[in-house]
Write a protein that binds this ligand. Structure first.
Ligand SMILES: *[C@@H]1O[C@H](CO)[C@@H](O)[C@H](O)[C@H]1NC(C)=O
Length: 151
């Protein structure tokens, strides 16, 4: 039943990642709003970067790419960008955080965050079905005070 529903959503998956529709199976790990999580991604230099912070935190608008980072970890832009419900997942958190610190743009094609973007596509499509639906918090905008560590 679930896989049937998921197949019905595949056209949306293709829309979300026009350059690389992938049938690769990936895991969806739910995160709880207000909890602490560690974002992880590999940057364009091949280093693994990590940053730990709060799921649902609000960094505000990124002056480098103009993006809305108001509900970090939510699959979809900010607290209100288009999405299938409000799923909060590890891959969406990793992508949001990578994207903020690297002023990412272009989704899949971004040199630093493209892989994190690709990893978040299935979360965006199936996160709510996977039980990761949450309630969007309303936190005041506050940019992060610490930087990622990359090694
Ligand atoms: C992101 O953009 C801001 C504002 O233009 C700039 O200060 C910062 O150095 C940029 N960061 C990166 C990683 O490009």
């Amino acid at each position: 039943m679930q896989s049937f529903l998921f197949l019905g959503l595949l056209p949306l998956l293709a829309l979300a990642a026009p350059s690389e529709p992938s049938l690769e199976k990936r895991a969806i790990t739910c995160l709880k709003v207000g909890s602490t999580a560690t974002a992880t991604w590999k940057n364009s230099a091949g280093k693994t970067c990590k940053w730990t912070g709060t799921v649902g935190s609000n960094f505000g608008t990124n002056s480098g790419n103009g993006g809305d980072y108001s509900c970090n970890g939510r699959c979809g832009a900010g607290c209100s960008g288009a999405s299938l419900g409000n799923a909060y997942t590890q891959d969406c958190f990793s992508h949001d955080i990578c994207s903020w610190f690297n002023n990412a743009s272009g989704g899949s094609s971004d040199a630093n965050c493209g892989a994190a973007y690709d990893a978040a596509v299935d979360d965006t499509v199936g996160g709510v079905l996977a039980g990761c639906g949450g309630t969007n918090p309303s936190n005041a905008a506050s940019p992060p005070k610490t930087s990622p560590t990359c090694s």
